[in-house]
Design a protein around this ligand. Structure first.
Ligand SMILES: [Zn+2]
Length: 338
């Protein structure tokens, strides 16, 4: 059969259209591939740059976090619950928040491991830590609740500030506020090894009582916020002690003022003064019995009159007690932030 010229032309036209379509599709696919490749390249390069920046940005500071107990030493227990597990859980979360805030964090252990208590203090020195916090949980045969901190027996103002900030933030999470104590539970003349062997400002913090159901609920149901509270307190303390210039732009005024206000209003409330006076004098004090009350007074005053107390922190503190450690903290804080 013979095709007419018109038919041949039509076939050629159809072929041309098909070819054009194919070309167009191919071009579109090529463009798409190129775009995807460009996107991937940008993503990859940006990732590399971010890594390089992160690697070359020096950390704000070095913090040592010690989860109390571990391995063969379970710490306190309550049924199937062990202190060493609670402290590790919380410490790991604290580390995350500190790293997010730009700190380099070292830990005595990150798994269920036995580490000598003296060694923990030495490790903090070896890694050049600027602050050290050892995390524990309390236990009592009867009664007892709340958060408490132990600082070195020399009652240095920097460690006291660290302990005070941590307890303040944990109390804001619902824990009863006990006190910051110099020395050990038994004696103001002795130190816990972690405090004795570490050379930077340090404290042991007892995050509620294992023996208290309510404290355990506060611990378990709010773990991330508790960790954040501790990390923020460490951050605040670090800023006051090592980044004093930051205080002039007002960023630390709030927290520093809060500390001063707490101390001052605690004193002003007069039930709270036993803790500050007792430990400042370095004598065996009556903290144990009155600390809960004192703490509660502190806490209440802290939340309700914080702002009002800020201005008169130094005045009130020095008016109440010349040798008070809390007054010292208030003075320091006012100076640094002001
Ligand atoms: Zn412990």
């Amino acid at each position: 059969m013979q095709l007419t010229d018109a038919e041949i032309r039509e076939i050629l036209r159809q072929q041309k259209i098909k070819k054009k379509r194919k070309l167009r599709t191919r071009r579109r696919i090529t463009i798409l591939i190129v775009l995807v490749l460009i996107a991937l390249a940008v993503y990859f390069i940006k990732g590399q740059i971010d890594t390089i920046v992160a690697e070359n940005t020096p950390p704000r500071g070095i913090i040592f976090i010690d989860p109390g107990h571990g391995g063969k030493d379970p710490g306190s227990g309550n049924g199937a619950r062990y202190e060493k597990e609670d402290t590790l859980r919380l410490a790991l979360a604290v580390r995350t928040y500190l790293e997010e805030a730009g700190f380099q964090v070292f830990m005595s252990h990150t798994e269920d491991e036995d580490v000598d208590r003296i060694r923990r203090g030495e490790m903090a020195n070896e890694c050049g830590a600027q602050l050290m916090v050892s995390i524990h949980r309390n236990k009592a045969d009867t009664g007892g609740d709340g958060v408490e901190a132990f600082i070195p027996k020399d009652n240095n103002a920097e460690s006291r500030l660290l302990g005070t900030n941590i307890l303040r933030n944990l109390a804001a999470q619902g824990f009863t506020l006990r006190s910051v104590r110099a020395g050990t539970l038994q004696s103001t003349e002795e130190d816990y090894d972690e405090n004795a062997y570490s050379k930077m400002p340090s404290c042991l913090v007892e995050v509620g009582f294992l023996s208290n159901m309510h404290d355990n609920e506060l611990f378990d149901n709010n773990l991330e916020n508790n960790a954040k509270a501790i990390a923020n307190a460490i951050d605040d303390t670090f800023r006051t002690l090592y980044e004093p210039a930051a205080g002039t732009d007002g960023t630390t005024d709030g927290s520093a003022g809060g500390t001063a206000g707490d101390a001052a209003s605690g004193e002003a409330n007069d039930t709270a003064s036993s803790e500050a006076n007792g430990s400042a004098n370095g004598t065996a004090n009556s903290v144990q019995d009155t600390s809960t009350e004192a703490g509660a007074a502190n806490g209440a005053a802290g939340t309700s009159t914080e702002a009002g107390a800020q201005g008169s922190a130094a005045d009130t503190a020095s008016g109440t007690s010349d040798t008070s450690a809390q007054a010292g903290t208030a003075d320091n804080t006012s100076n640094t932030s002001g």
